[in-house]
Design a binder for this molecule. Structure first.
Ligand SMILES: N=C(N)NCCC[C@H](NC(=O)CCC(=O)O)C(=O)O
Length: 446
């Protein structure tokens, strides 16, 4: 029997060290805003406002906590010694790039936290989670342990939830999580088809690959996750990202495509074998016909898609059609703004557009869709999770007060060495795990 299920969105709460360090080669926004002064307080409030707007519309909205940054255990593992203050001082004076990397608030982009397969798709009928190793970027490769702890603290009941460790952290198994994974279905509780998008095949040097920017996800990683999650061949489709798109700044598939229900909204340059991908999706999708909304380069040049983050939008069900939740930048790029006006006029699956201001995150290459991890849960599973992370009016108010009490409104690269910042972060996070009812998840709490 098909169970009733919903799509819950778990947004990453922006951490107190949000800054612009230019850490992501291949991510155009990250590189072009390097050394700008960041406003962590505004960033966190923008993220919370997005969560609140969606919760108010009736969507199940959860919160995933930020990570402890700067991450002193990583600095110590790299040979910096002494007390916390001395470790920070040494790192800042001998290798400020390493200090910047271990200070990034990049865990906010929870579309990269994990890959999640709903119970309707998996062999053992549990929801499966694999934190992404994010091995392509050092600053992100240190996220998966704490991400795994946070997910286990929320999805605790093993009769419903299965947790796998991240894949081996090497380039052959580079995995960026849900940003390269889309699930299509007729209704959320029905078995769906999971689309895994990869940038290159690690064990085949002859296969097509980008030449300018790195491909972060491999086919080998995507296949391993499908195996671990117990997906049958009928539930999975593997597609290679167009290398030309990666070289144009599309470092994750969610910068050029987004899917929901039976709808795939994508740019014509998204996939290397577009026809085969669409045919396989159509063939494996049961209970509904695939609605492919294809955007041509004539309508929106790929550079405009990257600049506006049109496809890094959330595609959500409403009682009458689907809502596209776009970043504000979409209204600043003329081709995209025009396209959106047309989109809701034609008789297609996407019937409304709403704009969200997440500018602080966008300047590091993270739009609305980067900030959320989707978890499809049936009624029993939803009941079984730790409810402390579900956004209510009361939790929203509490988190806004918490941000205003603990976050700075200016942060630049020099501030990262300030021992006071580390203390502020630990105090704030210790309070946060109490607010969210997570127990101890950070290294400084263990
Ligand atoms: N598309 C998705 N799902 N996520 C966006 C992640 C942005 C992130 N930016 C950064 O990590 C920049 C940090 C800095 O430069 O300070 C990244 O490149 O991994």
């Amino acid at each position: 029997m098909v169970k009733h299920a919903v799509e819950a969105n778990f947004d990453g709460l922006v951490g107190p060290t949000h800054n612009y360090a230019g850490l992501s080669w291949g991510n155009v926004a990250s590189k072009s805003n390097v050394n700008s002064v960041a406003n962590p307080r505004e960033a966190a409030l923008q993220g919370l406002a997005k969560m609140k707007q969606l919760a108010d519309r009736g969507y199940v909205q959860g919160v995933l906590p930020p990570h402890e940054r700067p991450h002193l255990p990583t600095l110590r593992a790299l040979g910096f010694t002494g007390n916390d203050r001395q470790v920070l001082e040494q790192a800042a004076s001998t290798d400020p790039s390493i200090l910047a990397a271990v200070s990034s608030a990049s865990a906010m982009w929870t579309a990269n936290a994990a890959t999640v397969s709903p119970s309707a798709d998996t062999k053992d009928h549990r929801v499966h989670f694999t934190p992404a190793n994010l091995s392509a970027k050092f600053h992100r490769s240190i996220e998966h342990r704490v991400t795994g702890r946070a997910l286990k603290a929320i999805f605790t009941d093993e009769s419903y939830f299965a947790h796998h460790p991240a894949l081996p952290s090497v380039s052959h198994f580079g995995d960026e999580g849900a940003a390269n994974h889309t699930r299509l279905c007729s209704r959320y509780g029905e078995p769906g088809v999971e689309l895994f998008v990869y940038g290159q095949i690690a064990f085949n040097e002859q296969a097509p690959a980008p030449v300018k920017y790195p491909a972060r996800q491999t086919l080998e990683a995507s296949r391993a996750i499908a195996r671990l999650h117990g997906l049958s061949d009928r539930h999975a489709v593997f597609a290679q990202q167009n290398p030309a798109a990666i070289d144009a700044g599309v470092f994750h598939n969610d910068v050029i495509a987004v899917g929901n229900g039976n709808c795939l909204f994508y740019h014509e340059l998204a996939f290397l074998e577009e026809d085969r991908v669409l045919a396989e999706l159509s063939d494996r999708l049961t209970g509904a016909a695939l609605e492919a909304v294809r955007v041509s380069a004539g309508e929106v040049p790929i550079e405009d898609a990257v600049a506006s983050y049109l496809f890094n939008s959330q595609l959500l069900n409403t009682p009458d059609g689907m809502l596209l939740a776009v970043p504000g930048e979409c209204r600043e790029v003329p081709s995209v703004s025009r396209y959106l006006d047309q989109l809701v006029k034609v008789d297609g699956p996407i019937t409304s557009v709403e704009v969200f201001d997440v500018k602080q995150s966008m300047r590091n290459g993270g739009g609305p869709a980067c900030l959320r991890l989707r978890v499809v849960l049936n009624d029993e599973e939803l009941h079984a999770i730790n409810r402390g992370v579900i956004l209510t009016d009361a939790l929203y108010d509490r988190l806004v007060t918490w941000v205003n009490a603990h976050y700075r409104s200016e942060l630049d690269q020099q501030d990262l060495a300030d021992p006071m910042l580390l203390e502020e972060v630990r105090k704030a996070l210790d309070e946060l795990t109490g607010i969210l009812g997570l127990g101890s998840i950070y290294d400084f709490q263990l």
